[in-house]
Design a protein around this ligand. Structure first.
Ligand code: 0PR
Length: 367
């Protein structure tokens, strides 16, 4: 620690130098986060010191959290859904499995989970002492439904389905998973951290939410396609009482029990998340999603004309390619576990960026 504090000018010139070392969103094609919407930033700044970990001190902010859950519940066809704002998909997935474990007490719990699931489930299962029984994906990178039933046994506490997979942008057949969950009387958690704010705004959305009676809980991240500030996730549960299974006593707070995983929780990004949804409305979100999907399809067509075939045809705005070559200078893309080039057409990825990327990859190709 410095003995004598820095002058403000010196401090901020140091901070802006460091910020300048970060990569620029104008070339980031690998991220599921994006530049926050200006209304999210404005709302965030209004709520900087609010802490949802002690909601009695911030009843106004706490009511925004309830409104956020109400908006999302409505979007997911279940206005009475319970839920709370998490730090993101990782926390939501951990908490969903905690609920499932609390609901069904067995000696050696396991969860039947897609091969394509996000690595946060590994963390969750490690922490909770749950075994992962992985179900392989089919050729389209959706969970092979025919293999789910065989993976379930008496120690299975939950099924997981993915609505918008991290690597390939696929939506599992959640309808089929929900039917199995109902038949087997199992908890079904849907990880819609990415797809939850894409799928409802598609012209012909595949079923993935509480409209399916077998769906027990849903993870959705406003800090991904919801264009909020970080961190903003949400866990929704069909029965608000499910959260009560996680309650622990918090005797000296303004609330006497809490079911959240984090203690101190930012109100600022919750205000940011709600601000975007209310400002955009359904029409605005449909327009953003339509733009992202249009860019995704344009990118796929463009890449295919250069001889880089798509790995799959995605359900949401994640494009993957069989393209075993270096990426043009300055662009940041990622690679899936299977080695496919992966590009996420987030709202900050404009049509012009896609054209520029295609031009650059075309030049590499001709070089
Ligand atoms: N579930 C799904 C389907 C996800 O895609 C992710 C994150 C999570 C859960 C976990 O969410 P949190 O990271 O919010 O806890 N998917 C992205 C990924 O792993 C996260 C990300 C975002 C990574 C931006 C890099 C990046 O620049 O790719």
């Amino acid at each position: 620690m410095l003995c004598k504090g820095l002058a403000e000018e010196e401090l901020f010139s140091f901070l802006s130098k460091k910020r300048g070392e970060d990569l620029c969103h104008s070339h980031i094609l690998s991220s599921m986060c994006t530049v926050p919407h200006p209304v999210a930033v404005k709302a965030h700044l209004m709520f900087m010191e609010t802490n949802l970990g002690d909601p009695g001190l911030f009843p106004g902010t706490a009511s925004l959290e309830r409104l956020l859950i109400e908006r999302l519940g409505d979007l997911f066809h279940h206005q009475e859904a319970g839920g709370y704002a998490t730090s993101g998909g990782t926390e939501s997935n951990i908490q969903a499995l905690r609920i499932a474990k609390a609901q069904k007490k067995v000696d050696e719990p396991n969860v039947v989970i897609p091969e394509t699931s996000h690595f946060s489930f590994k963390k969750a299962c490690d922490m909770l002492g749950i075994r992962m029984k992985t179900v392989p994906a089919d050729r389209c990178m959706r969970t092979d439904i025919n293999q789910v039933g065989g993976a379930i046994d008496k120690n299975t506490i939950a099924l997981v389905g993915i609505a918008g997979s991290t690597e390939y942008g696929m939506v599992d057949d959640i309808g089929a998973l929900a039917a199995i969950a109902e038949e087997e009387n199992l908890f079904l958690h849907v990880d819609a951290a990415f797809g939850g704010l894409v799928i409802p705004f598609l012209p012909d959305p595949p079923p993935f939410d509480f409209a399916l009676p077998g769906v027990s809980s849903i993870a959705v991240d406003p800090h991904k396609m919801g264009m909020s500030t970080l961190p903003a996730g949400a866990l929704l549960v069909r029965e608000p009482e499910m959260l009560g299974l996680l309650n622990i006593d918090t005797p000296y707070l303004t609330v006497k029990q809490e079911y959240t995983l984090a203690g101190t929780r930012p109100g600022a990004s919750v205000a940011g998340a709600l601000a975007v949804l209310d400002y955009m409305g359904r029409d605005g979100m449909e327009a953003v999603v339509a733009g992202c999907m249009k860019n995704t399809h344009r990118l796929i067509r463009g890449m295919e004309t250069f001889g880089f075939p798509r790995a799959v045809t995605p359900d949401v705005n994640v494009a993957t390619f069989i393209a075993d070559r270096p990426v043009p200078k300055d662009w940041v893309v990622s690679r899936t576990r299977r080695g496919h080039m992966r590009i996420i057409c987030m709202p900050h990825v404009t049509a012009d960026m896609i054209e520029q990327f295609l031009m650059d990859i075309g030049e590499c190709e001709n070089a």
